[in-house]
Design a protein around this ligand. Structure first.
Ligand code: ZN
Ligand code: ZN
Length: 259
């Protein structure tokens, strides 16, 4: 019996030593690099270098307007919205965002859209943190990814919003893809005006026959909000289909200047 235990301990130690040796060899042959910028990292950094982590923290920490997602102190809000949102007609009820579209977060989202889908875990961590901190988290019944036109999805191979939605954590909400993009919209540069963006997406979305949006509380999910024209048009389409409330979750909000 004692001999058996000793031999078990010896085998475990041998396994441990072998694993350690294998890990060291791996590290020597393929030293770990930051999945965002490619700089070398030590193992404890968990896929990102210190610089990317600190950039991510700096662009995800601030307070923001729950209507447009732009950085603003809660003391500057009037009736719950920033000065820029006063009197503006917006079809989605509130927004939650991970951060500002800059530095490491911008780079990470761009890489994710270019096919670096291994970034999904870090981005999902950021999205889940923003979602769980939102006031509407518990009310959500359905998650709806902002759809791509089929031709764009075919070219890219996946819809980045759907990839993200599948990684969201919620005790009850379901994913629904009955919101579709029926018209291919022109690519708009970041500097395009709100009016131009709104014209570009007008009538671009529809819901499938026998959808289940009537009376539901929905959370739209997208990677970036620029002027909000796309989210607004999606929310309008969902509300016309009978949705009770439409919230939005994005990884990043661009165009921080509040005018
Ligand atoms: Zn990095
Ligand atoms: Zn606002």
């Amino acid at each position: 019996m004692v001999a058996l235990i000793i031999s078990g301990v010896k085998t475990a130690k041998l396994k441990q030593t072998t694993t350690f040796a294998w890990q060291s060899l791996n590290q020597l042959l393929w030293p770990p690099v930051c999945i965002n910028c490619g700089d070398s990292i030590c193992e404890t950094d968990k896929n990102l270098c210190q610089n990317c982590w600190s950039e991510l923290l700096s662009c995800t920490g601030a307070e923001y307007c729950p209507r447009c997602g732009k950085d603003v102190s809660k003391y500057a809000l009037l009736e719950g919205v920033c000065p820029d949102c006063q009197g503006k007609e917006v079809h989605f009820d509130q927004i939650a965002r991970s951060g500002v579209y800059t530095q490491a977060l911008r780079k990470m989202i761009l890489n994710f859209k270019k096919g670096r889908t291994e970034l999904d875990l870090t981005l999902a961590f950021l999205a889940n943190s923003a979602l769980q901190a939102s006031t509407f988290y518990k009310d959500i019944e359905i998650f709806v990814p902002v759809p791509l036109h089929w031709s764009r999805r075919l070219a890219r191979g996946y819809n980045q919003s759907l990839v993200l939605v599948k990684k969201l954590k919620h005790p009850t909400a379901k994913i629904n893809t009955d919101l579709v993009r029926i018209r291919r919209t022109k690519f708009q540069p970041t500097m395009a005006s709100s009016a131009a963006r709104a014209r570009n997406v007008a009538g671009a979305f529809a819901v499938r026959y026998r959808h289940r949006f009537t009376g539901k509380i929905i959370c739209l999910v997208d990677d970036i909000k620029t002027t909000g024209a796309t989210l607004n048009e999606c929310a309008k389409t969902l509300k016309e289909a009978g949705a009770a409330k439409v919230f939005a979750l994005v990884l990043a909000v661009a165009g921080q200047k509040i005018v």
